[in-house]
Design a protein around this ligand. Structure first.
Ligand code: NAD
Length: 439
């Protein structure tokens, strides 16, 4: 059934240029994976756009096409990549350094990976303290840097022959900062760029450049970037979709699976202790207290929002929640996360759940980055602008309209995502009421 409000979706013709600040573990794993899929060497495991299906109509209709066949998305074949990084390694060298994928696989993909060389980055050590690199832009005001990034975007589009662009931040986590007066309005922000306001972070400059260039912007890291009034105003003004923050992989992914289950059965929680060890560059950056604080805030928020202690004081009023990340180089990207969950049941009797998740951070994150760029491009072609809350499914700290609490329950997030896709295509929304089967 055609819904009145469904948008008109422009076709996904031609190439989609994927612009990525930060060419580290996640980015190189994403690009190598795409090249491997193009050559039939791998399947897009973990990608809902590629492998997920969507039910249409009644259960008895047996109509569940793949999502990529239901909404017009850019094809894997049509993706082309442009990155910025403070290190000048090409994508092959950066992937070898990240050591996520085995050398034999990377060697088979050497030619396309070597062809991707990072553009000089705009970097500010005040925002990422533990690393430094040579491939950076010349000095200048923050507005000069924004203009240079806009020039990079234009040049990339011309050279790559991309018809459309989407940007996703896969750079390091910046130190924790809150919205300041310079983030109040677009005018304040632009004035701050001219005056080199220290409260404007590098990621905000990339995001500003993207939005002004009409390029959708997703944030894979937990820092503030577009989650403040000035850039949201810009996104609305320039009709650009934005989304964030922080890929929901690893431990928080587990949390958003388990916590809704406990709440669904009205089981209580007295404490949740999460710790993990990881040894990649992300782990090194997060070893700095400022960057860790950004991550900690993002990781802590999910449980409170899911469990709603105000609505369920008997079950969740005073649970103790602690999150630790330990930098431990021998593990590289093969992180290990432990959760100790103290729960209670009937008559307050205590029980425990232990999770030991031996995951691979970038293997979990790469398909999320793929889905996000494809969906952000879809949103842009559908005329959607501002915060794309329907993409909360992918984020640890989902952005919402001001004053709205974020939805963290992964199953509600997935329902919202699929209903948004149904709405876009004018199909009936699925409420799961199902009374019609019993009439
Ligand atoms: N891997 C996961 O599961 C996961 C989950 C959630 C969030 N994240 C976030 O995704 C981001 C990328 O993770 P990663 O494991 O690839 O990290 P990484 O350290 O391997 O890569 C980040 C890259 O960004 C570069 N960089 C830093 N500042 C930059 C700037 N201003 N401009 C351009 N490049 C810059 C660094 O030089 C580095 O190469 C991090 O912020 C991380 O916290 C990752």
């Amino acid at each position: 059934m055609e819904s009145k409000d469904s948008p008109k979706i422009a076709p996904a013709e031609g190439k989609l240029g994927v612009l990525i600040p930060g060419m580290g573990a996640v980015t190189t794993t994403l690009i190598a994976g795409i090249e491997a899929i193009k050559r039939g060497m791998a399947q897009p495991v973990g990608s809902v756009t590629q492998l997920g299906t969507i039910r249409l109509g009644k259960r008895t209709d047996n109509n569940s096409p793949k999502i990529k066949d239901f909404v017009p998305l850019a094809g894997i074949e049509d993706l082309t990549f442009g990155c910025w990084d403070i290190f000048d390694d090409n994508c092959y060298q950066a992937a070898v350094h990240a050591a996520v994928l085995d050398r034999a696989t990377l060697d088979q993909l050497k030619a396309p990976l070597e062809a991707i060389k990072p553009m000089p980055a705009y970097f500010d050590k005040q925002y990422v303290k533990r690393i430094d690199g040579p491939n950076v832009k010349a000095a200048g005001s923050k507005m000069d840097q924004a203009v240079r990034i806009m020039d990079d975007i234009k040049t990339f589009k011309e050279k790559s022959g991309a018809d459309r662009l989407a940007m996703i931040w896969c750079g390091s986590t910046e130190v924790f900062h809150k919205a300041a007066p310079v983030h109040a309005t677009l005018k304040d922000f632009e004035c701050g760029l001219q005056k080199n306001d220290p409260e404007i972070s590098p990621s905000q400059i990339y995001a500003y450049a993207a939005i002004k260039s009409g390029v959708p912007y997703a944030n894979g890291a937990p820092h503030l970037t577009t989650d403040m009034p000035a850039l949201l105003e810009a996104a609305r003004h320039y009709h650009v979709p934005v989304s964030g923050k922080d890929f929901k992989t690893g431990q928080t992914f587990m949390k958003t699976l388990i916590a809704p289950g406990l709440k669904a059965r009205s089981l209580g929680l007295s404490g949740w202790f999460s710790t993990n060890i990881l040894g990649n560059r992300d782990g090194e950056v997060l070893d700095d207290p400022g960057s860790f604080k950004s991550k900690e805030e993002s990781k802590l928020s999910a449980l409170d929002q899911i469990l709603q202690p105000d609505l369920y004081p008997e079950l969740y009023k005073e649970f103790y929640h602690k999150v630790r990340i330990e930098y431990y180089p021998p593990r590289g990207d093969a992180k290990e996360g432990w959760d100790n969950i103290d729960i209670f049941g009937w008559m307050g009797y205590p029980m425990q759940i232990k999770i030991d998740f031996l995951c691979r951070d970038s293997i979990l994150a790469a398909p999320l980055a793929l889905d996000l760029v494809l969906f952000m491009d879809l949103a842009a072609r559908s005329g959607m602008r501002g915060v794309q809350e329907w993409l909360s499914f992918y984020f640890k700290a989902p952005m919402t309209a001001p004053g709205l609490y974020p939805e963290h329950d992964i199953f509600i997030q997935l329902m919202k995502l699929k209903n948004t896709l149904r709405w876009m295509r004018g199909a009936d929304l699925i409420t799961h009421l199902g009374l019609e089967y019993y009439d």
